[in-house]
Each structure stands twice: as structure tokens, then as C-alpha cells.
Design a protein around this ligand. Structure first.
Ligand SMILES: Cc1cc2nc3c(=O)[nH]c(=O)nc-3n(C[C@H](O)[C@H](O)[C@H](O)COP(=O)(O)OP(=O)(O)OC[C@H]3O[C@@H](n4cnc5c(N)ncnc54)[C@H](O)[C@@H]3O)c2cc1C
Length: 385
């Protein structure tokens, strides 16, 4: 497929490593994991050994200290093999890792960031609540100071990797006064599952991404040491929003990987499936589908890599570019997987072929880390700025 931004030799090497790893450790099992809703915990250590859980983390904290494009290249490969593994890798590398790296104290980095980069601790992020989704700043989980600790009470929903995470960045309201407003007055807490009062609640029974556990986290008087508060107690939400660019780009890379896998499957099937005495790829109607799929995937990847470069350059356009990349790539994934099912005809609708799963997995990319509607709001805000 057309590569609008050719990769460097180092990036090609990382791409090869990711592809080989996925072919050996993920592809043979992915369909079964999906059927069983099974999370393969052993992958955390294996991805850690490759350095894939600290790709953006500085080398002094046991990461690879790579640029964002290289990270996204690896993530696309993992997502093309299995979107559930990719979301675990994306969430870990983005919000918990980025927030610790940017806003954590030296002691917090030594205690959490280093083992996270090595794959010894899996990271998760708990912002959403049953009544606070797109309007996440409306969250009601409370954090009340008590001596050297903070006491957390509330329920978090949709926590990716929740049951297996060793570090969860929990957003909780520290300013509980009646006139408190929106985003200010929220702290970010490093919560570990060994703390009394912490429990994993309902596991969601999802349409796709079935091998990624998504759970509620219940915080019932959890006593979190003050040393586990990230930076300023009123700035946690602001820290999260500032760290979100990496997350959005990760989801966009996941979307490109899903779309590419569906495209590859459709191209191969169109060559082998015969109707009316010829391979269906010889019909112009099918050629047009494949051409449109290839064009949109190339455009999505180009926008994604451009947005990654803008992020690394601290460009003023970085936020808008990340939203555009996430919006375009996720809608591309949904569109391409829909077309891929169509190319497969009835066989696209059953689990014997890969596109049925890819179609189910694609949908979530339009929803989490900001829905498509929210991305359009972010883009418009920047247009009017
Ligand atoms: C599989 C999965 C994994 C997730 N992982 C995590 C995680 O690890 N951590 C975490 O904190 N959260 C996570 N989430 C939560 C996710 O980020 C939210 O689901 C998402 O932000 C949307 O919130 P909501 O589901 O409450 O939808 P709502 O906010 O209720 O939105 C419903 C609809 O209204 C639209 N809408 C809302 N506001 C506006 C507006 N102002 N203008 C126009 N349209 C609007 C939305 O776009 C959507 O179409 C996950 C969700 C899922 C499904």
C-alpha cells in the first residue's frame, strides 16, 4: 500500500519486530481469545521484554525513548493482529505512562514508571463513571484528605485492563465544596489493587474487543497515601487532558491496523473467490471498493503520522491534528471493515473468516478516548480559537 511518509531504517526494523512478534504470539490465538473473552496476561511480560510497554518512556526510566511515529508503527502492527492486545498496549503507553512521565515526582517515576516500562506493572486509567462519559469533568468520585492519606470513594466504569492492572491512574474530586466547578478540583491518584477497599466490579460483555477486559472499579474508602497523589491535587483532570494526545493517536493507530487487516483479507479473498466464472476482483464494482479502501487507509496513516510529528515538535496544531487523526482513522476503520464484509459476501458475516471480528472491533474506535462527536467539537474549538 502507498506509504506517504516513508519510514526510517530504525522504524522499519521496529515494524518487522512487531510484525514477527504478532505473527508468532498473537495471530494464532486471537480468534479463540475473542470467542472466550480471554485476556492473555503473559503478553504483558513479553511486550515488556520487547520494550513495547515503554516505547515513549525515557531510557533513564527503562524505556526505549522513541519518537511517536515509531511507537505508532509498532502499535499498528499489533492492532492488525489483534485490536484487544493493541488497546492494552495503547492505554498503558498513553495516559498512565505519559501522566507519570510528565507530572510524576522522581520517587513516583522510580516506583511506578520504571516497572511499567519493563512490563512488570500494567497501567490503566480510570476517568469515566456511570454518569460521566463525554462530560468526564462531571465525575463524582471523591477524594478527602485524612492526615497523610486521601480517602477515595466512588465507582469508575469502563476501565480497560482493570483486573490485571498494577497501577491505575484514578481521577477523583478533591474539591468537594458545593460551588466547585468543572475540571478544576480533580486530582489524579496512583491506585494499586492491593489497597483495602479496592475491588473489581462488573465485567462488560462487549460487542468487540472481547479479549480486552473492561470493568468497573469500586473504591470503597480506599486509603491512598499522599505520596501517590500526582502533582497538584486540583490539576489531575488538566494533566489527563494534556496527556491525551498520545492516547488519541494510539487509538488512531489501532484503527489503521484494524482497517489494514480487513483490507488485506479482502484483497486475498477477492483473488480466490470466483463467481460468474472469474475471480470477483476482476469485477469493477469490487476493484472500486478495494481502491477506495486503500486510499482511505493511506490517507488515515499519513494524517496520523503528521499528527505524531506535530506532537513531538510541540506544534500549536498538535491537539487539533490528533483529534483529526483519531476522527478520520476511526471512521476509516468502520467504513473499511464494512466494505470488507461486503467483499466477503455471506462469508463475511460468519466467524470462519476474519472480517466479522474486525468489523466488531472497529466500532469502539469511534467511541472511546473521545467519541467522533467530541473530536469534531475539539476540532471546531481550535477552528474558532
Ligand atoms: C471498551 C471501552 C473501553 C473504555 N476504556 C476506558 C478506560 O480505560 N478509561 C476510561 O476512563 N474510560 C474508558 N472508556 C469510556 C469511554 O471513554 C466513554 O465510553 C466515552 O468517552 C463516551 O462516554 P459515554 O459512553 O458515557 O457516552 P456519552 O457521553 O453518554 O455519549 C452518548 C452519545 O452522545 C454524544 N454526545 C455526548 N456529548 C455530546 C456533545 N456535547 N455534542 C454532541 N454529541 C454528544 C456522544 O458522542 C455519543 O454519541 C471505555 C469505553 C469502552 C466502551
Amino acid at each position: 500500500m502507498l506509504d506517504l511518509f516513508p519510514l526510517t531504517e530504525e522504524q522499519r526494523e521496529i515494524e518487522r519486530v512487531a510484525r514477527d512478534f504478532a505473527a508468532a504470539e498473537i495471530v494464532p490465538y486471537s480468534r479463540q481469545w475473542d470467542r472466550d473473552s480471554y485476556f492473555e496476561i503473559a503478553l504483558v511480560k513479553k511486550l515488556g521484554d520487547l520494550g513495547f510497554l515503554g516505547m515513549l518512556t525515557a531510557e533513564e526510566y527503562d524505556g526505549l525513548g522513541l519518537d511517536t511515529v515509531t511507537y505508532l508503527v509498532a502499535l499498528e502492527e499489533i492492532a492488525a493482529a489483534d485490536a484487544s492486545v493493541a488497546v492494552m498496549m495503547s492505554v498503558h503507553n498513553s495516559l498512565p505512562t505519559q501522566m507519570l512521565a510528565t507530572f510524576g515526582s522522581e520517587e513516583q517515576k522510580q516506583r511506578f514508571l520504571k516497572p511499567m516500562a519493563r512490563g512488570e506493572l500494567l497501567g490503566a486509567f480510570a476517568l469515566s463513571e456511570p454518569e460521566a462519559g463525554s462530560d468526564a469533568a462531571a465525575l463524582t468520585t471523591q477524594a478527602v484528605r485524612d492526615g497523610d492519606d486521601w480517602i477515595l470513594n466512588g465507582t469508575k466504569s469502563w476501565v480497560t485492563s482493570g483486573p490485571y492492572a498494577g497501577v491505575i491512574l484514578v481521577q477523583a474530586r478533591t474539591d468537594t465544596s458545593a460551588d466547585r466547578k468543572g475540571a478544576r478540583g480533580i486530582g489524579a491518584f496512583i491506585v494499586t489493587p492491593d489497597l483495602a477497599g479496592f475491588s473489581v466490579g462488573k465485567k462488560e460483555d462487549k460487542m468487540g474487543l472481547r479479549a480486552s477486559p473492561t470493568v468497573q472499579i469500586v473504591l470503597d474508602g480506599v486509603r491512598v497515601p499522599a505520596a501517590n497523589l500526582l502533582g497538584d491535587p486540583s490539576m489531575g483532570y488538566v494533566y489527563a487532558m494534556r496527556s491525551l494526545n498520545a492516547g488519541r493517536l494510539g487509538i488512531a493507530a489501532q484503527a489503521v491496523g484494524i482497517a489494514r487487516a480487513a483490507f488485506d483479507a479482502a484483497v486475498a479473498y477477492a483473488a480466490e473467490r470466483r463467481q460468474f466464472g472469474q475471480p470477483i476482483r476482476d469485477f469493477q464494482g469490487i476493484q472500486f471498493k478495494l481502491s477506495n479502501m486503500a486510499t482511505r487507509i493511506s490517507a488515515a496513516r499519513a494524517l496520523l503520522h503528521a499528527a505524531a510529528r506535530a506532537k513531538d515538535a510541540n506544534a500549536s496544531s498538535a491537539k487539533q491534528a490528533a483529534s483529526m487523526a483519531k476522527l478520520f482513522a476511526s471512521e476509516t476503520a468502520m467504513w473499511v471493515t464494512t466494505e470488507a464484509v461486503q467483499v466477503f459476501g455471506g462469508y463475511g458475516y460468519v466467524k470462519d473468516y476474519p472480517v466479522e471480528k474486525l468489523f466488531r472491533d472497529a466500532k469502539i474506535t469511534e467511541i472511546y478516548e473521545g467519541t467522533s462527536e467530541i473530536q469534531r467539537i475539539v476540532i471546531a474549538r481550535e477552528l474558532y480559537a
